[in-house]
Write a protein that binds this ligand. Sequence first.
Ligand SMILES: *[C@@H]1O[C@H](CO)[C@@H](O)[C@H](O)[C@H]1NC(C)=O
Ligand SMILES: *[C@@H]1O[C@H](CO)[C@@H](O)[C@H](O)[C@H]1NC(C)=O
Ligand SMILES: *[C@@H]1O[C@H](CO)[C@@H](O)[C@H](O)[C@H]1NC(C)=O
Length: 599
Amino acid sequence: MRRRRDKSMELHIKLANVVAVILWFNSMLMICINCTEIDYQPNIVLIMADDLGIGDVGCYGNNTIRTPNIDRLAEEGVMLTHHIAAAPLCTPSRAAFMTGRYPIRSGMDNGYRVRVLIFTGSSGGLPRNETTFAAILQKQGYATGIIGKWHLGVNCETRIDNCHHPLSHGFDYFYGMPFTNLYDCKPGAQSIILADVQTIVYLITEVVFAGFLTLLALRWTGYVCVGWKWIVWPAVFYSLLFGSWYSIFGFLRLWNCLVMRNHQVVQQPSDSETLSTRMIEEALTFIERNQKKPFLLFLSLLHVHSPFFTTEPFIGKSNHGSYGDNVEEMDWHVGQIVNSINNFGLANKTLIYFASDHGGNRGSVGVNGEIDGGWNGIYRGKKGLAGWEGGIRVPGIFRWPGQLPSGRKIDEPTSLMDIYPTVINLAGASLPQDRVIDGRNLMGLLRGEVQRSEHEFLFHYCGSALHAVRWHPKDSDSVWKAHLFTPRSEDKSCYQTEAGGCHGEFNTYHDPPLLFDLLKDPSEANPLSPATEPLFHEIQDQIRLGVEQHRKTLSPVPLQLSWSNVLWKPWLQPCCGTFPFCGCSEDPIQPSKTLKPGK
Ligand SMILES: *[C@@H]1O[C@H](CO)[C@@H](O)[C@H](O)[C@H]1NC(C)=O
Ligand SMILES: *[C@@H]1O[C@H](CO)[C@@H](O)[C@H](O)[C@H]1NC(C)=O
Ligand SMILES: *[C@@H]1O[C@H](CO)[C@@H](O)[C@H](O)[C@H]1NC(C)=O
């Protein structure tokens, strides 16, 4: 009897133990499901496409273009449907992305005629005293690499001071273009940058030449009797001036389209046909090289900015011409990076982010009449237009298996500037305290721990002019948007004069501001009025208060895109070889053998 009781007792105890262990396991599991603290520094991979529209991506509703790799990121992670760039153009948007601050705070958006850097030999760029997230992660022990496009300046005072260079802003490895891909980089294509200037220079030259001939004739026939030197010297002088302008135009590809590895110019002019492939190889090598320590990789793609240098396997394969081909190739590149993260077993400790720097250049037409700009879906406006959604609402996807849910969509307003506090927090660092940071940590929202974005207001600047304001009241799901200025032309490309200005005659001023209900009218088609929206005046008042509060946080800073800073300065021109005849190609030109698209 006793022995049997003992046995059953033992059994009970054993059972109890098992139950306890199960309970303990469960509770540990519960803790782990709810755990928000991560006891390691995750890798951060940020992939940014150039000029990609939100309507160009499969998971954002495009059913005729193939972006399976980006779609898979969204399936395995969190997709933001209300993700907003701080500016509708490269230089200011990227400045904001890198610093977590509106570009107006760093002087990277002043919005007169020129709103982006247009020469590698400009003195403007991301100021030294701005702190990028890369700089903070570098201090936290991260290996920090940027591959691809920078477009935030190079030098300040000499050809080699590199004051704005990625390596001066927290990256310990750089491979790519300090500038950007554009038509100037395509042999034989027309210069975009000099289109206006060229016309002016040719006009002046014609006038000067005609004047010179007239004067010559008059002097010959004796009607005027100025000394010959008054005719010859000005002519020589002007010819030299014109000659140097012409040479700038002739040399532009050489000077702007160049590839650097760290501080060294390794290819000038760039071989654009193979550059993107080489970039992906560089990125894969970077991941392999740093797989054992925490790393930050910012892959700043040249895709899908025109002109396209799509490689052979993708040409003619999409349903959307050369633009679609380029998008599909870009997607394949994204897949290469994600696969490599997976294959190294890094998936669960790597946060991957995919976005575009701003909206697509909708309606843009290339040299052969083909569409070469992106599609912004249902959103009005395009690249270059600061207020309308199409210029600033972009794809935004996060993947981090085990830490973030999969297949989740978030409609709350978020900003590209949010990457800054998010990754700094994940790296275990704290934000700079001596300045305003406009981004907000996204982890709570991405994990589903909080339901609401911390952005009550988002401000949409065109240069220094506030064009629109987005208000997401704390106690409601509504998102209101008020436009103080709207551009007179919504069709002109941002390079053309009509859309070039943020101020004055290029825009229509609205008082009261044009008000839209983005929740019901995301296409901004029907402006509200006191008759259609009972809360019209209250909403306008709240927005006005928000703007007042925001304006108090601004202080004047040196303008990085002033005329004196954007103009080309020969002594700042990065150059390998003898200036002005720069030229080198240290990189192997042949496309890779390892990177071949398979099925
Ligand atoms: C898909 O993208 C292409 C290329 O930008 C565009 O022409 C097309 O209209 C888009 N389709 C949809 C359904 O958005
Ligand atoms: C990564 O996390 C997912 C989701 O939690 C899990 O299913 C998977 O087993 C993990 N993979 C590894 C290699 O730890
Ligand atoms: C950087 O320096 C400029 C002037 O030199 C100043 O106006 C600005 O506030 C500084 N920015 C920061 C973030 O300290």
